[in-house]
Design a protein around this ligand. Structure first.
Ligand SMILES: [Fe+2]
Length: 244
């Protein structure tokens, strides 16, 4: 499986603090059947400002250490970019990272409580420069829990949707679980990712959630959320399939 949302790099945000912790997380991921992880530290959210250079450097270091530890997981560079008026500019000058540096997809974090005015315009601006935003943990955003319509319109405008494995397994509470299930039922999900932050509390585990998703969507569609669709994102050439 491929995990496109993970705070796996040490000391850049609220994820692990040391490489040892990162490696422990990767060991858990490998045991769960995850082969590739896009490292997506919080960036440009006013609290954490992981710089592109530090992310790329840390990815290289972690990959080296994983080889030494004989853990068969590959880490790719990325970022969880907070909604920000300067995003188009930051992507243009390389301050903000696309997923696996593909110059095409970004993992976009919206505020949890409300969708700020102008969001659709900003997304339109991103689309106009060829960027496809992937909305991070859509099921945890209160506005989407209450109302599908806006998300439906955003999907029509070309965005993609990621939900969190631990929402499906109930870790975040019943509203998040129900919203995740509803989005799956309405075919409004393109990715299940871990949004892992640690080895224990928020671990990089996808298999349980995929099993639960498959009861709603069927096995093949659930698989696409952790295999085919993320493969399109980390690929540096091909088109990403819309819908599941
Ligand atoms: Fe995250």
């Amino acid at each position: 499986m491929i995990d496109i949302h993970s705070h796996i790099l040490p000391s850049l945000d609220d994820g692990p603090e040391t490489f040892e912790e990162s490696i422990e997380m990767c060991r858990i991921a490998a045991e769960d059947g995850i082969t590739t992880i896009v490292a997506t530290p919080h960036s440009k959210d006013g609290v954490y400002e992981a710089e592109s250079d530090s992310i790329v450097k840390s990815v290289k270091e972690l990959n080296l250490r994983l080889k030494e530890a004989q853990i068969e997981v590959e880490i790719l560079p990325g970022a969880e970019l907070h909604l920000n008026e300067t995003l188009v500019e930051s992507l243009g000058n390389g301050e903000a990272l696309t997923m696996n540096n593909n110059k095409k997809h970004i993992l976009l974090e919206l505020p949890f409580l409300f969708i700020p005015p102008g969001t659709d315009k900003l997304i339109g601006n991103l689309r106009s420069i060829g960027i496809i935003p992937i909305i991070a943990h859509a099921e945890r955003i209160t506005f989407f829990q209450r109302n599908n319509k806006t998300l439906e319109q955003l999907i029509k405008s070309g965005i993609l949707v990621q939900i969190t494995a631990q929402s499906l397994t109930g870790f975040f509470g019943s509203r998040e679980r129900k919203c995740a299930e509803k989005l799956l039922k309405h075919k409004m999900v393109h990715f299940i990712a871990s949004d892992a932050h640690s080895a224990v509390r928020r671990p990089p585990i996808l298999s349980k959630a995929v099993e639960m998703a498959s009861r709603i969507t069927g096995k093949e569609e659930a698989r696409a959320l952790v295999f085919e669709n993320p493969r399109q994102v980390i690929s540096l050439q091909s088109e990403t399939k819309q819908g599941t």
